[in-house]
Design a protein around this ligand. Structure first.
Ligand code: FAD
Length: 383
């Protein structure tokens, strides 16, 4: 493996803190959370109490004010490395900062940021609808201005943290005739009348993560809950995408690392035809390919993290990174599972969960096809 050079001692200290938290507070509960279809709210508060949530917030709200994506990356590496699943911290820590820190007013920050840091205020972003996912411009939710409020109507689906969330950034049309120039972001809070939740959706994987439908029926959202500028929502969302896609890539590399390590351990002890599975040439070849892929993926992601910290990770580069790492992620967990034989298909082996959880990486935060479209456009092939 190529040596990694992006982390300092401070990141390694944070890594140790995160690792011990995940080993103690998440790993022992993961199987139960998978059965429940949701994590315990308590884990949010515990993570918040030791500084693992929303630390980018200014110190006056309980954060550190440090915005350095390497800490986000460390958290994901340790979460996956400890064999955990379901806890939606990544959406909260990685996807929310562009909205909660860069687009909010001082008054909004006073209302929301300390809860974001403490884990009392769990967050979600609701873009997708039954009729519109990749094509965000096609959303049907509307927010019509009425004095000091917007009247919000519509429905959302597949929303991560959908059941647990207390504050949902909802994407709605404030000027339906204006296409992508008529979209705004509204913060909808848990108890607003007319805001209801549908099912916690049963899924092919990610069983411990709550993914839900949300419904809005004449919800009166105060105009003071507008995030960013009216009708600039589409641009605000575009600004947040590189970090969200970088987060997916970091996740993919963390899972590939975990899958390789679980598989190495398994093939050393499993015997076939009187010999350790690991001594077969096929096993060496498969895992040599996986190790090589992982080494390249890690170097690619680490470089992207550096670029992102410098403010230079473009939307196209982030799309390419997400495309390549999520496709490799799928191949790697599939190849690793195969080496487990029937055991790999059994839930008691973690590789089974890594495999079924992997499928969505090529779908959410922009599908592989949409990533190819973004990259392809920049190639300027049909001038
Ligand atoms: C577990 C999970 C969690 C999610 N969490 C959230 C969340 O927190 N918030 C949120 O808003 N959304 C969330 N989503 C939704 C996710 O972002 C969408 O599912 C995704 O963007 C795809 O949209 P879609 O499902 O409508 O598929 P569609 O857009 O209908 O796509 C169907 C197919 O058409 C292809 N396609 C679409 N456009 C093109 C094109 N231009 N060229 C070629 N092919 C194309 C797609 O690649 C896909 O293969 C989540 C989804 C899942 C599964």
């Amino acid at each position: 493996m190529l040596p990694r050079t992006i982390f300092t001692e401070d990141h390694e200290d944070f890594r140790a803190l995160a690792r011990s938290f995940f080993e103690k507070e998440c790993a022992p509960h993961t199987a139960q959370w998978e059965r429940d279809g949701i994590v315990d709210r308590e884990v949010w508060r515990k993570a918040g109490s030791i500084g693992l949530l929303g630390w980018e917030a200014p110190e006056r709200f309980g954060g550190t004010g440090i915005r350095d994506y390497r800490y986000n990356a460390v958290l994901t590496e340790e979460f996956i490395g400890a064999g955990c699943a379901g806890f939606g911290y990544a959406l909260h820590n990685d996807v929310m900062p562009p909205y909660l820190l860069d687009l909010t007013t001082e008054e909004q920050q006073r209302r929301w940021l300390s809860g974001w840091v403490s884990g009392e205020l769990i967050t979600a972003v609701a873009m997708s609808e039954p009729g519109a996912g990749s094509d965000l411009k096609a959303i049907g939710s509307t927010a019509v201005r009425d004095g000091d409020h917007y009247i919000l109507n519509g429905s959302k689906t597949y929303i991560t943290n959908g059941i647990l969330s207390d504050l949902v950034v909802v994407v709605a049309k404030t000027d339906p005739a204006a296409g992508h120039r008529g979209i705004s972001l509204l913060a909808v809070e848990r108890d607003m009348p007319g805001f209801t939740r549908g099912r916690n959706l049963a899924k092919a994987g990610m069983h411990a993560q709550d993914t839900a439908e949300l419904f809005f029926s004449d919800v009166r959202v105060p105009a003071t809950n507008l995030i960013g500028q009216e009708n600039r929502g589409f641009y605000h969302l575009m600004t947040g995408l590189p970090q969200e896609r970088l987060g997916c890539a970091v996740h993919s590399v963390a899972v590939m690392t975990r899958a390789l390590s679980l598989t190495e351990e398994f093939v050393r002890t499993r015997r076939v035809f009187g010999t350790p599975l690991g001594s077969l040439q096929n096993t060496r070849f498969v895992l040599a390919t996986v190790a090589t892929t992982l080494s390249a993926a890690r170097a690619y992601v680490d470089r992207a993290i550096e670029l992102h910290i410098a403010g230079e990770l473009s939307n196209t580069e982030a799309a390419a990174l997400k495309l390549w790492t999520s496709e490799r992620h799928g191949e790697v967990v599939d190849a690793c599972l195969q080496l487990f034989g029937g055991a790999g298909y059994m839930d008691e082996y973690e590789i089974s969960r890594l495999w079924r959880d992997s499928r969505v990486q090529r779908i959410y935060a922009g599908t592989s096809e949409v990533m190819r479209e973004i990259i392809g456009r920049e190639l300027n092939l049909a001038p």
